[in-house]
Structure formats: C-alpha cells, structure tokens
Design a protein around this ligand. Structure first.
Ligand code: KG4
Ligand code: ZN
Length: 394
C-alpha cells in the first residue's frame, strides 16, 4: 500500500511517499521538503500570507521530486479534458497561481501507483493549510484516490513512536498504555493522554507556545529565526563553563494545581533582565551575557515542562512518555527528561523523535495515516468534504 503525504501547516512544505510493506514495515520511497526559514527569518516569525504563497510555489515541484525519487512518475501522452480542467480551476479558485502548473503536471504525467493521499488538515495557519488541502483535493479528484485527513499533532506523536530499522525503513513500536505526549512546537504546548482509543488533552499553554517563546527570546538576543536551535547552542556553551548563573528567571504556573502552562511571563522577565543588564538598553550584551540569559531561559522552560509532565505521569499511571514537535529536538530537554525518568520510582518507556523528523515534514503525516490503517481506524474523506481547520484539536 502506497501513500502520498502532504504537509503545509506552517513554514515547511513537505511531500513524502511511503509504502506499508507486507511485514508492516514502513519504507520511505520519496521525501521532499522545502523550508521557508530564510523567507521568514528577516521578520523574526511566520507571516501566513507569505507562507501560503511560498507553499503554492513549491508544492508541485516537490510532488514531482518525491514521486521521481519513488520511481513512480511516468510520462503521459494524453492531455486533461475540459471537465477535469474545470474541476482544477474550481478547487483552486483561492490558489489561482496553482491552476496552470497543476494542469501542466497532469498533462505531463500518468497517475502514479498511490493508494491513499494523506494531508494535514489542521491545526496550523489556515491559508497555509489550504494549499495542501486543495492540492490533495485536486490529486484525489483527478486520479480518483481516497484522501485521509490528518491532524498535524498526531503526526508529531506517531513520529516519535517509529523505530528506524535501517536507512528509510521504519517500524511502529508497540506502545505501553496509557501514554502521555508532551507536544512542544512553535504553535503548541500540550500534554495529551492516550488510552489506545482516545486522546485527552489534559494541559495546554494559556499564552505563548514554548517554541514561540524560544523564537521571541532569540530575537531579543539578536539571534536569527527560528530561535530554538540558536538559544540551545548558547545555553550549552554557558553550561560548559560550570559557572553559577546570576540570572534566575521565574517558573510561571509551575505549582498550579492543573496541567496548564504559561510562557509569556518568562519572556517578559527576559526583556526586563536585558534592559537592566544594559543600563536601559544603552549598550550591547556581550557574548557571555547572552549565553547566561539563554541558559537561564532554557533552564526555566525545561524545569516547568518537566515538573508538570512528571506530575501527570504520576497521577495518571502513565507507562510511555512521548516527546513531539520542533522543540523536541532540544538536546537539554531530551537529556533532562531522560535523567528525570531514570530517577523516577518506576520504569517509563521514553519515545523521542529523530531530531530531523521533530520539526515539520510530510513523512510524519504519512506515518500517521499508516498508524490509522494498522489500527483499522482509517477515515477517508471525499475531496469535496475536505476542509482546513486552523484550530483543529486532537
Ligand atoms: O513543530 P515545528 O517544526 O513547527 C510547528 O508546528 O510549530 O516547531 C518549530 C519550533 C520553532 O519555534 C523552533 O524555534 C523550535 O520548534 N525549535 C527548537 C529547537 N529546534 C526547533 N526549540 C528549542 N530547541 C531546539 N533545538
Ligand atoms: Zn509541527
């Protein structure tokens, strides 16, 4: 069974071709990704309208790239009929710039050996999501292939639970339940319980997402977008010096009775700290000062995340802890989770995504569809019923 997966929820355009083999292993046949990081770096964040335009520009070339990697593309010698051209125009009436390239694509290539199209329908930036959703609708309608709508957050969860057997070959691990997922990305900070049947969101951020806080603090320190990796690098340099950090930032909501988070307070505290250290912003921070702020910030964020996560593990009898989302590639977070789990009073299985798969990509969307197939939970959608939902919940 072959799946073509599409991801466009934020600032990465991704197309992946996966095959579920008879032995239940997942073979990656093609994987194409275009990052908009350079585009958004100059503004320090993602602008939805610009993200949408960039997705629309890249999605067809990436589809050709991924299908070519899979050796699934064969040239066609017949052109699309009038009815199909009209179908494309009507499905892409909000992405006018995609109509001609799509028609050319179908004129050039035959239907590939794809059984399902999996596409992120939310959560994310709605204009960006629609590019992927409308592409899926067109491919599904013209090739007559069923579409599986995928929740981006489920993609982050499932990506942590795959084991790399060899290059481009994965298997899905059997999860001990209940599992708890700590989902930390640029748009989300959530604690999600899973009992094998349903997801239950037990906590979420009340303001900024963790990745967003990383990005904003990075901007204050003059570091480029996305800020997570840059902050993490400075913090690690400071830890190597084994100094006592004179900066201690607040741990908002750490001891609140619920499982919610708040990160905007830490960010504001960083702003005031920088102002005080630079005599009212009259001088630049030196590199050691930047490192100490990055370290204090990472310490505060990780301590709050860990405290709430392990409180939930204890209360809900959690057997498996899954880390997902872009911030899950943070080394200090991974090491701190591992250390805390080692010292916990019972054994907990830990699942971390391969760092390169922690940030957005299409492979995670295809794997999520395969996870549904293997659990007999697959729900396909007719192209006309497919909608993008920026606030989609698990
Ligand atoms: O999951 P993702 O690729 O996109 C969203 O769905 O939001 O996450 C992107 C976020 C960005 O905010 C980025 O700064 C953060 O993940 N990030 C990190 C690291 N790598 C990426 N944050 C902390 N440490 C990292 N190493
Ligand atoms: Zn994401």
């Amino acid at each position: 069974m072959n799946i073509l997966a599409i991801e466009t929820s934020c600032d990465e355009t991704g197309i992946a071709i996966l095959s579920l083999q008879d032995d239940k292993k997942i073979k990656v046949l093609g994987n194409a990704l275009a990052s908009q990081i350079d585009l958004h770096a100059q503004y320090g964040g993602v602008f939805p309208a610009m993200a949408k335009r960039a997705h629309a520009e890249k999605i067809i070339p990436l589809t050709i790239d991924a299908l070519t990697q899979s050796s699934f593309l064969n040239l066609s010698n017949s052109n699309l009929g009038e009815e199909n051209r009209e179908k494309i125009s009507s499905l892409c009436h909000k992405e006018q710039e995609m109509i001609e390239p799509l028609i050319e694509f179908f004129n050039n290539y035959q239907k590939p050996e794809i059984d399902y199209i999996a596409v992120t329908v939310g959560p994310g930036l709605e204009p960006a999501l629609w590019v992927g959703v409308n592409t899926a609708k067109v491919l599904g309608a013209i090739w007559n292939i069923p579409i599986i709508p995928i929740n981006h957050m489920e993609g982050h969860i499932v990506t942590a639970v795959i084991k790399e057997e060899e290059k481009d070959l994965y298997s899905l691990e059997k999860l001990n339940l209940p599992s708890l997922s700590l989902l930390v990305s640029g748009g989300h900070t959530e604690l999600v319980l899973f009992d094998g049947l349903e997801y239950q969101k037990i906590g979420l951020t009340r303001d900024d997402a963790v990745g967003e806080a990383f990005d904003k603090v990075a901007r204050m320190l003059g570091l480029s977008y996305p800020g997570g990796p840059a902050i993490s690098k400075l913090a690690a340099l400071y830890r190597l010096k084994s100094l006592e950090n004179p900066i201690i930032l607040p741990r908002p909501m750490m001891y609140s009775s619920d499982y919610d988070f708040s990160f905007s307070g830490i960010k504001t505290a960083v702003l005031y700290t920088i102002r005080d250290m630079t005599d009212g912003n009259t001088r630049e921070l030196n590199s050691e000062e930047k490192e100490s702020i990055a370290c204090a910030f990472e310490d505060a964020v990780v301590e709050v995340l860990l405290h709430k996560t392990f409180k939930a593990i204890d209360e809900y009898g959690v057997q498996s802890l899954i880390l997902g989302g872009g911030v899950a590639s943070n080394t200090f977070l991974r090491e701190s989770v591992s250390k805390k789990a080692e010292n916990f009073d019972r054994k907990i299985d830990l699942y971390f995504p391969k760092p390169i798969l922690a940030t957005d990509n299409a492979l995670m969307i295809g794997v999520s569809a395969i996870w549904q197939v293997l659990q007999d939970k697959i729900k396909t959608s007719a192209p006309e019923n497919l909608v993008a939902d920026g606030n989609l919940s698990l």
